[in-house]
Design a protein around this ligand. Structure first.
Ligand SMILES: CC(C)(COP(=O)(O)OP(=O)(O)OC[C@H]1O[C@@H](n2cnc3c(N)ncnc32)[C@H](O)[C@@H]1OP(=O)(O)O)[C@@H](O)C(=O)NCCC(=O)NCCS
Length: 283
């Protein structure tokens, strides 16, 4: 579809706040996170927060955020409900892809749970990398939290866990809806440096954390199997308790063999069905 001729893209300005809040009001039954992040996004010089205007009125927004070498994260796509199904999102996305390509990025990634957006992204050539199911266990008292390896050790742990069953279902990326990094030895080292990697005794199972959205420990990937993995799954629950957090949430790809261990360690699926996924487009 051609770009709607009257559509103009420009940076979002602080003065757009009221309009942006207005156009997110009916998104996800009023639970859109965009009003909460607006100030941060509008003042972040390292990313591109854009609005689409028709006749001087903002009808859509989107954001492009470089987050790792060669990788661009795409987020915050919204089109006003009064202006949907006119090709506006497609035009905005096409422009964002062009911009990322021009800037020399090699891949654009995003996370979404919206079926309408999935069909838009798939039409643009995005492939689903991780098909996420969310698991949750309440905090539990009485045990030792898992160890945080140092960055050099973390890199070495990769060889112990990289061939464990189910890791391939992450398709080489962490199931992190805030920015899916490549899953490799360097990523373990990066996470360890941030204090966001956990290892079972002996390093035969690991968990990579992501920034949590609520009162919990959020895990973007696990690797390992058997007793080591189960130890780690319990250790995360102990850590939640020690830190005064409510629960642990783990993103595990659909049909991952560790589902059995999750059940055995007190984790349950959060939703009867999930549509969340990480998508990627090679540029
Ligand atoms: C998803 C959203 C951005 C689409 O905006 P839009 O401007 O209406 O989309 P477009 O008109 O450009 O549609 C492009 C394609 O997306 C898909 N699509 C858009 N809305 C759809 C819907 N309600 N149901 C199914 N597919 C849909 C279709 O494949 C469509 O192509 P088609 O019209 O040729 O069939 C908009 O509905 C929205 O803001 N939704 C709420 C927030 C949201 O879910 N954002 C995405 C978060 S990642």
């Amino acid at each position: 579809m051609a770009t709607p001729p009257e559509l103009t893209l420009r940076p979002v300005r602080p003065a757009d706040r009221k309009r942006v809040v207005e156009l997110t009001q009916d998104v996800w039954e009023g639970r859109d996170y965009l009003p909460q992040v607006f100030e941060r996004w509008v003042s972040d010089a390292g990313s591109t927060f854009q609005s689409a205007e028709i006749d001087g009125v903002v009808v859509g927004v989107q954001r492009l955020r470089p987050y790792a070498p060669g990788l661009m994260w795409y987020e915050g796509l919204r089109v006003a409900s009064t202006h949907r199904r006119r090709g506006i999102a497609r035009a905005m996305l096409d422009s964002a892809i062009g911009e990322a390509r021009e800037q020399g990025f090699t891949e654009m990634r995003l996370g979404t749970a919206s079926p309408a957006a999935v069909s838009l992204f798939e039409q643009a050539g995005f492939k689903r990398l991780v098909d996420i199911r969310w698991w949750r266990a309440p905090r539990v008292e009485g045990g030792e939290p898992a160890r945080i390896p140092d960055p050099a050790e973390a890199e070495r742990l990769w060889s112990a866990v990289s061939a464990t069953p189910g890791l391939d279902l992450y398709h080489g990326v962490a199931a992190d809806m805030t920015g899916a990094h490549d899953l490799d030895a360097a990523e373990l080292s990066r996470l360890a440096g941030l204090g966001m990697l956990r290892a079972a005794p002996g390093g035969r199972a690991i968990a990579g954390l992501r920034p949590a959205w609520s009162d919990n420990i959020s895990v973007a990937f696990v690797a390992g199997k058997g007793a080591a993995l189960r130890d780690l799954l319990f250790a995360l629950r102990y850590e939640a308790d020690a830190d005064g957090l409510d629960h642990v949430t783990i993103a595990l790809p659909r049909r991952h063999p560790a589902a059995v261990d999750m059940n055995a360690c007190g984790y349950d699926l959060v939703n009867a069905e999930d549509n969340a996924g990480v998508y990627g487009l090679k540029l």
